[in-house]
Design a protein around this ligand. Sequence first.
Ligand code: SF4
Ligand code: SF4
Length: 201
Amino acid sequence: MPDRAPSDPVPTAVPDVAPDAGTPGAAVPFWRAKSLAHMNPTEWESLCDGCGRCCLVKLEDEDSGDIAYTDVVCRLFETHSCHCSDYPNRQEQVSDCVRLTPEAVAELSWLPPTCAYRLLDEGKDLPWWHPLVSGSAETVHEAGISVRGKVAGGEQMFGLFELVDHVVSWPLRWPKGSRGTGLPARRTRAAPRPRKPLTGA
Ligand code: SF4
Ligand code: SF4
């Protein structure tokens, strides 16, 4: 996770964000103007869309090293708000909660394809539902990107081998209609053998 809870309010004081960045003459928004490594802390934190996908427990195949997502969340995750309940102390509380850095983003193959950090690291733009583009923290939920309504429960509710029954593929997919940078016309496996639960991003 970046240094911000998945759905903390989107910082509004990012000075060089231009929500109308597509307008001729508008300033280029920081996420297009800067590399991840050159962003300031406020810009970096504001990139998190609040989807919560990275807070899903993941299973690593002991033999292949493949990572599979489950629909079970980290014990600190609040399923409706998609907030981390103790974000400032998350790494003391959850030892394998990964702190995202530009270097880590480039290394972590399991980041969801919709994750803003991954998208920018791959040279792509932010999609229409990203709060920095839409101006609303709700669009990540409306577009079906967030984990809201899709979670089976917290990790404290399941044993290690029960997690195998909760392997899901949707965290690695784009929901229908969620691709693209422009606002839509109308908004309206065989399970891997568990090795150890991984949480965080
Ligand atoms: S997957 Fe990426 S954008 Fe979504 S909550 Fe995690 S760090 Fe933020
Ligand atoms: S993985 Fe857990 S500890 Fe880390 S940010 Fe998400 S909810 Fe918080």
